[in-house]
Ligand binder design. Structure first.
Ligand code: SAM
Length: 207
């Protein structure tokens, strides 16, 4: 990450491209367990994975009957995903999610895993993700919360979010909360050490 004069962290395309350039693979290559658990309960339709990274979640969606689109700010990540997709059909979009409004009411599932930005950028982006969900569709937001020991040690507390903070963005007249909780999982550090993680999980159903 780099900083501006006010020392606020900037998570822009150079930041992500630099991260992806460090190693041939940054993430595990496995779909996130929360996606598997929650999306397995839904009827497949069209899905948008925002911040799709190296593509593992998009691959799982495509393998499980979803017509899948992945969007990411990093061309390096997108190219890596393209190279790894095999014979799956996935549409890849190079987009800055702090600016891009996905087409309204177009996806039966919009899924964001570990998409973290300061609240002034995160909240409008998440609202745009919600706008992109069809009536009857779902919005799945998963990330690190302030109670996650590892994430909170890394500083930048402002980019962590709770389930209540996400849920509060969406009016109850339009959205039914299916899940809003902290969910434990066992994670692995870059050094291969196993650690207990606590993910913020929010699944909303658009009425
Ligand atoms: C922590 S990674 C998570 C990747 C993937 N969702 C996963 O769970 O393995 C965050 C991803 O979001 C992407 N990203 C971050 N800010 C973004 C932005 N403003 N617009 C689009 N993608 C962004 C990054 O390039 C990165 O691939």
């Amino acid at each position: 990450m780099h900083t501006h004069d006010d020392a606020q962290a900037v998570f822009d395309q150079p930041f992500w491209d630099n991260l992806y350039s460090e190693r041939p693979n940054i993430w595990s290559g496995h779909a996130n367990q929360v996606l598997i658990t929650e999306a397995s309960k839904l009827t497949p339709g069209s899905a948008l994975d925002v911040g799709s990274g190296e593509g593992a979640d998009a691959f799982w969606l495509a393998d499980n009957g979803w017509k899948t689109t992945g969007a990411d700010i990093s061309p390096i990540a997108l190219e890596r995903a393209r190279q790894a997709q095999g014979d799956r059909t996935v549409e890849w979009l190079h987009r800055d999610l702090t600016e891009w409004a996905p087409p309204a009411a177009s996806f039966d599932l919009v899924s964001a895993h570990f998409f973290h930005l300061p609240p002034t950028q995160f909240q409008p982006a998440v609202l745009r993700f919600g706008d992109a969900v069809t009536s009857g569709g779902h919005l799945l937001i998963v990330g690190h919360g302030p109670s996650d020991a590892l994430a909170s040690q890394h500083g930048h507390a402002e980019i962590l979010f709770t389930a209540d903070q996400v849920k509060a963005l969406f009016p109850t007249e339009e959205w039914f909360t299916v899940v809003a909780e902290d969910r434990a999982r066992t994670g692995t550090t870059p050094d291969g050490e196993q650690v207990e993680r606590l993910d913020t999980v929010v699944l909303l159903h658009k009425l």
